[in-house]
Each structure stands twice: as structure tokens, then as C-alpha cells.
Design a protein around this ligand. Structure first.
Ligand code: ADP
Ligand code: MG
Length: 374
């Protein structure tokens, strides 16, 4: 649905040049409900403006629904394209104050010339009903509550039935009850097949989207790292993003040998790995499976030991790993006490389980998240 390739945006002013987006790559599939978060000034609105065609990138490409917005369209073509293909919702609604809510919702249809002339008021009314403000249809924006204005603005964004809706802090100016109504409407639209991209500051809303993107200082944090190490701050996540290296393993391929010296922290990006021990009769026993955003190697890195088990790619599919050298991993733990504590707890429980099972004379069991083998 959306592809952003190496987008750079630089603003020039009297003080000089200021690069707000530093080579952003992003792909969003049809039907996703995506939230974008980041500190104030990190470039969220600028990024949305690139997606909507409101502002143009200094370099790079933006392709929405197969249409290259900047190299293939001129300004007026872009604005016509936007009217039919994109619904935009702003923090401060931006309804026209001299038009009723109904007229505000009809406006994009008039502008784009879609739907029959007679059909437009009926469709506008239906949309106002859908968002729950039909009773206010003939009122001017300032005669209704801020929540109702935003609901009408959402109806307006839906006027031309666009496949993609882009919203910049749509609930930033609303009380939590109305914010919840807005998100419920978005959830319903996503269920009906729309794609929604929403900037928000509210963590209780990001939890309800299907994907969360973090932007820090004009760059996008790797999503696997954000999921695996959620207690890092955004800047630390970005540092890790820049330092990781990717490694691919074929199905069944060994990643770590038992007793091998471990000098890398591993995060799974794609696929699954098996943790394999030698059971009685020297047979391989798969004791655990780890999947995307889970990690391994941390026990060995923290204790400075050798690999406790064999780790190998699961037999079904290749595995893509993100790797971080030991030094960087330890530096990171020093910089983030919360992450150190969280990982420390995992290490502790993996070791304790190992011991308690050892004492009972069985194979040790360091991975508590996964079901025990038969
Ligand atoms: P966010 O939405 O994440 O708070 P913005 O994308 O609005 O951040 O802004 C990112 C940075 O770009 C800010 O430092 C802002 O001052 C600067 N900026 C945004 N728009 C312009 C502009 N038109 N001219 C100059 N600087 C701008
Ligand atoms: Mg903003």
C-alpha cells in the first residue's frame, strides 16, 4: 500500500540547513493499522506530509498504492490524486467554519467529482451516522463539541472512500472517552479493509494498533529491536538499529555449537530457532523454540561462558537473525538499567531452572517461556 524509499527531507532557513528525515525506508501493507510514535520534533508530521503529498522530499521516493507521488505527478495532479485516494485527519480537525458538518463532508466529493450529484448528501449523511454525529449534521463546526468536530473530520476523510487513511495525532485534542470512540471507528475501518497510519502520543492507543513504528531523530527504529528490548529509550533503540548485523541460516543449520565461545547477542527477526540438548542415549532433544523478537546468547554473554546448548535454525524455514557484538551488548546494559534488570531476571530464572532440573537428575531446562518437551 505504501513504500517509502530512502526519503530525506532537509529544511533550509536563515540559520542554515536542517535535515529532519535522514533516509527513511518504510513499507506498509494493505490492511495494516500502524501507529507512529516519537518525541516531539523527531519528524513524525514531516514523515506523514511525505506520505500525503502535502510536502515533497528533498530526495527519495514515495509510492502509494502503486503511484509514485513525486517523480510521476505534478502539483495539481498530486492534489487531485490525493482527493480520491487518501483520507487525512489532523489534530485540529480543520473543518471549514462557514460550512455545516454535512457540507464539510460533501466537499471532498464535490472537489474530486466522485459520486452522482444527488448521491453526495446521502453519502455524507451516512458517513456522519457511521461516526455517530448525524444529529449535528446541519450545525456549524463551532456549534458542536471538539469531539464531534473530530468525528465529522473523520467522516470527511472517508468521503471519497479512500483505501488509505493518514491521521496526525487525531486524538491529541480529545478527552479519553472520545479518543476511544475514534479508535473504535478506526478499528472498524481496518476490519473492513482500510489501511490506517496514525501518529499518536498515547501508549494505550499504540497497544491497539497492529504495528508500531518508532521514529527517533529523523530515523526509524528497527521494529524487531523495539519489540525485543522495549525498555531501551528511543535513542538507544536507534543506536542498536545502526549497529546490528544480519545473518541468515538455512533450515536446520547450526547457529551455536555446544561449548562454543559466545561473543554475540542474537535476536530473531524471522523464523524460529530450536534449542537442542543431548539427552540420555546421546540423542538430540529439542527443549525449546524461540521466535521473532526473542533472543538468545544473553546468559553466556553475561556470565562470560560457553554455549549451554546447541542452537539451530528450525527445520521449516530459514532464520534471519540480528546480531550485536558482546562489547556493544554489555555497554547497552550499562546504559539502560531497566533493560539490564529485565534481562538479568531472565538469565537468573534460566539458570535456576537449569539447576533445579539438574538436581533431579534430568537434562537442564534454561528456557522457561517454551513448553517442556515430553
Ligand atoms: P513531530 O511531528 O515529530 O513533532 P515535525 O515533523 O513536525 O516533528 O518536525 C521535525 C523537525 O522539523 C522540528 O525540529 C521542526 O521544527 C522542523 N520543521 C518542521 N517543518 C518545518 C518547516 N516547514 N521548516 C523548517 N523546519 C521545519
Ligand atoms: Mg507533529
Amino acid at each position: 500500500m505504501l513504500e517509502i524509499r530512502r526519503v530525506v527531507k532537509t529544511f533550509k532557513n536563515a540559520a542554515g540547513e536542517f535535515t529532519v528525515l535522514k533516509g527513511v525506508d518504510l513499507q506498509i501493507a494493505s490492511g495494516e493499522f500502524v501507529s507512529i510514535v516519537g518525541k516531539s520534533g523527531s519528524g513524525k508530521s514531516t514523515l506523514l506530509n511525505m506520505m500525503t503529498g502535502i510536502d515533497r522530499p528533498t530526495s527519495g521516493q514515495v509510492i502509494v498504492n502503486g503511484q509514485d507521488l513525486y517523480t510521476a505527478l505534478d502539483e495539481s495532479q498530486r492534489s487531485r490524486w490525493r482527493g480520491k485516494n487518501l483520507g487525512i485527519v489532523f489534530q485540529f480537525f480543520q473543518l471549514l467554519p462557514m460550512l455545516s458538518l454535512l457540507e464539510n463532508v460533501m466537499l471532498p466529493m464535490d472537489y474530486a467529482g466522485v459520486y452522482d450529484f444527488d448521491e453526495r448528501p446521502r453519502r455524507a449523511m451516512k458517513l456522519l451516522e457511521m461516526v455517530g454525529v448525524a444529529e449535528q449534521a446541519s450545525k456549524l463546526p463551532l456549534a458542536v463539541s471538539t469531539g464531534q468536530q473530530q468525528l465529522a473530520a473523520i467522516a470527511r476523510a472517508l468521503a471519497c472512500d479512500p483505501p488509505l487513511i493518514v491521521a496526525d495525532e487525531p486524538t491529541g485534542n480529545l478527552d479519553s472517552r472520545t479518543a476511544d470512540v475514534v479508535i473504535q471507528i478506526f478499528e472498524r475501518l481496518v476490519a473492513e479493509g482500510k489501511t490506517i497510519i496514525m501518529v499518536t502520543h498515547n501508549p494505550s492507543l499504540t497497544a491497539r494498533t497492529t504495528r508500531n513504528i518508532i521514529i527517533s531523530d529523523g530515523e526509524i527504529v528497527d521494529e524487531t529491536i523495539a519489540r525485543a528490548l522495549p525498555l531501551l529509550n528511543h535513542r538507544q533503540m536507534l543506536q542498536v538499529t545502526k549497529r546490528i548485523q544480519r545473518r541468515t541460516y538455512q533450515p536446520g543449520q547450526t547457529i551455536l555449537q555446544r561449548d562454543e565461545h559466545v561473543d554475540t547477542f542474537f535476536i530473531i527477526e524471522q523464523g524460529e530457532v530450536e534449542i537442542v540438548l543431548q539427552g540420555r542415549n546421546r540423542q538430540d532433544v529439542t527443549v525449546a523454540r524461540l521466535g521473532p523478537a526473542e533472543y538468545f546468547g544473553e546468559v553466556e554473554l553475561i556470565r562470560g561462558g560457553k554455549a549451554l546448548a546447541v542452537v539451530r535454525a528450525a527445520p521449516e524455514a530459514p532464520v534471519q537473525l540480528l546480531t550485536l557484538p558482546r562489547e556493544e551488548f554489555l555497554t547497552l546494559l550499562e546504559a539502560s538499567p531497566l533493560t539490564r534488570e529485565a534481562i538479568g531476571r531472565i538469565v537468573q530464572s534460566r539458570i535456576e531452572q537449569n539447576r533445579s532440573i539438574d538436581r533431579r537428575g534430568k537434562t537442564w531446562w534454561p528456557f522457561k517461556e517454551i513448553q517442556k518437551p515430553e
